[in-house]
Design a protein around this ligand. Structure first.
Ligand code: NAD
Length: 310
């Protein structure tokens, strides 16, 4: 880019060090600078950020890039009104989030979380003979079959699992044996040992999993949520766990993050809590930089941007 000044909002530090990302992007624009709280945004044409702040709206930016795939915290209408383009980082998390989601399934099936808890207490503890089970004979229903959903589905399928999915346009997907529309969600989840959520948080998906959905699931089923916390009604989830409507949950995302210290989700053997880190990996900054570099090129060439949301 010969014209753009690119700001890197230092909230990216939640995911990778801002200076490492700045150096990675240094060849893509003449001026790539880190913007901290209190620094003026005025010189920036484009801003790469983790967090959303209202001051972005009045800063005369052309373009904001979210280093996350989920952009539910950004005010789409207000951005549109001010002519600010918003792009996201979907497309880069399928392998790593797929590994995390299937890793959670493996932990539950092979009891790794239980072994680790006993290790912390220095206890040589064998589980009951029939606690562990082979994943190969089990089924997973993946709700949402975009980047994340496909990443989960291909990995579950590679382990020999029977994989089904829920998708708004029910066309065939690689590694997925049956695809159902959202209207048939309850039937789709009814047979699955694992239900993995991979939808964005939207008006349609907020509270998508609540009392009725947990009732529709098997009582030995595990919920895996690597999408967004509010896709699940968390109080209903706790009730379902207490009532034995489902067996457990692997949760990377929550209604409130960080998960409050007094949450009852912390201390349950059949709940694994991860700190919204399903997509974390040491290449994250390079992957985001690839998207931003390509969009800087397109921006200068007057071409339409990739990963555009607004
Ligand atoms: P994506 O856009 O590639 O895929 C989302 C898919 O969900 C699309 O195929 C879309 O058609 C589908 N969808 C939307 N509404 C639906 C509905 N009501 N029913 C069924 N399907 C529906 O995005 P992605 O990269 O796969 O990410 C998905 C979401 O996962 C993000 O929006 C983000 O919130 C979350 N995410 C979390 C992490 C993490 O670290 N935990 C990492 C990346 C993404």
């Amino acid at each position: 880019s010969d014209s753009s000044t690119v700001g890197i909002h230092d909230s990216v530090t939640d995911v990778f060090p801002a200076p490492v990302f700045r150096d990675e992007l240094a060849d893509a624009a003449p001026d790539v600078r880190i913007v901290s709280d209190g620094d003026a945004l005025a010189p920036c044409d484009a801003l790469v950020t983790f967090r959303y702040e209202d001051r972005f709206l009045s800063a005369d930016l052309d373009w904001i890039h979210s280093i996350q795939a989920g952009v539910d915290r950004f005010p789409f209408d207000a951005l549109r009104e001010r002519g600010i383009t918003l792009t996201n980082s979907t497309g880069i998390h399928g392998d790593v989030v797929g590994e995390t989601a299937v890793g959670l399934m493996l932990a539950f099936a092979r009891r790794l979380h239980v072994h680790r808890s006993h290790q912390e207490r220095g206890e040589w503890h064998k589980p009951a003979w029939d606690d562990a089970f082979p994943l190969r004979r089990e089924s997973a229903c993946v709700v949402g079959l975009g980047t994340l959903g496909r990443g989960i589905a291909t990995r579950a399928s590679a382990l020999g699992m029977d994989v089904t999915g829920v998708k708004r346009t029910p066309v065939p997907v690689d590694g997925v044996d049956r695809v159902s529309p959202p209207e048939r969600l309850h039937e789709a989840v009814a047979d699955a040992r694992f239900v993995a959520l991979a939808v964005p948080l939207t008006d349609d998906t907020e509270g998508m999993f609540s009392t009725a959905e947990f009732a529709a699931m098997r009582d030995d089923a595990y919920l895996i949520n690597v999408a967004r916390g509010p896709v699940v009604d968390q109080a209903a989830l706790v009730d379902a766990l207490d009532a034995g409507e489902i067996a457990g949950a692997g949760l990377d995302v929550f209604e409130a993050e960080p998960l409050p210290e007094d949450s009852t989700l912390w201390n349950r053997e059949e709940v694994i809590v991860t700190p919204h880190a399903a997509g974390f990996n040491d290449e994250y900054y390079e992957r985001v930089a690839t998207i931003v570099r390509e969009n800087l090129r397109r921006f200068d060439a007057g071409e339409s941007l990739t990963n555009r949301v607004v």
